[in-house]
Ligand binder design. Structure first.
Ligand SMILES: Cc1cc2nc3c(=O)[nH]c(=O)nc-3n(C[C@H](O)[C@H](O)[C@H](O)COP(=O)(O)O)c2cc1C
Length: 176
């Protein structure tokens, strides 16, 4: 019997109760995902030659390696992902160096992204680091859901429905 398929969702924002957190909850409404908030974890900056077990990245790396689909949720900060999400992305390097056996397990998995910003549209090139990182790690890139949100905006019911539809798409990907 094959193992159950699963989604891991990772939030990376400079605040826990802000727009990206709201988007995270809206996308995941009805989606049985394992959830992580990078703010709750001690994930240090990438360092050359770091040993794999000296912070919480190992916890996250193990969870990622077990998941079929990874959803990253981040605000747009200065036309790119949040700093905390970038730090996490930098640490994926560990999966190609000191944690290679774990990294190999990522092949064939899918990455999705959900993002919010104050602008109406996603900045040019925003998806490049996600798509190309997925490619580098032999993963699939599933696409992005972007929501323009004003500061402290409460998502309308229509917006929640749209976000949940994206969540349903993420969930469907585990059965591809
Ligand atoms: C440091 C910083 C940089 C930002 N840069 C951008 C940007 O380049 N483009 C944009 O559309 N919004 C930008 N914003 C607005 C946020 O993306 C937007 O308010 C988002 O919904 C905030 O999510 P949060 O509450 O999770 O931080 C920026 C906000 C901050 C705090």
């Amino acid at each position: 019997m094959s193992a159950p398929k699963s989604v891991i969702a990772i939030l990376g924002s400079a605040r826990n109760d802000g727009n990206a957190a709201q988007l995270f909850n809206a996308v995941l409404a009805g989606c049985p995902a394992t959830r992580f908030n990078l703010s709750d974890l001690n994930i240090r900056d990438y360092e050359y030659g770091r040993q794999p077990d000296d912070d919480d990245f190992l916890i996250l790396a193990n969870a990622i390696a077990e998941a079929d689909t990874i959803l990253l949720v981040t605000p747009v900060y200065w036309y790119t992902m949040s700093g905390v999400m970038k730090r996490f992305m930098d640490r994926l390097t560990d999966l190609t160096t000191v944690m290679k056996p774990l990294g190999r397990k990522l092949a064939g998995r899918t990455i999705f992204v959900a993002a919010c910003g104050s602008a109406k549209n996603l900045p040019e090139g925003y998806e490049v680091p996600f798509r190309n990182t997925a490619g580098y790690l032999n993963m699939n890139y599933g696409g992005i859901y972007y929501r323009g949100m004003q500061d402290d905006e409460i998502l309308s019911n229509d917006a929640r429905t749209e976000a949940a539809q994206f969540g349903a798409r993420v969930l469907r990907s585990v059965d591809l």
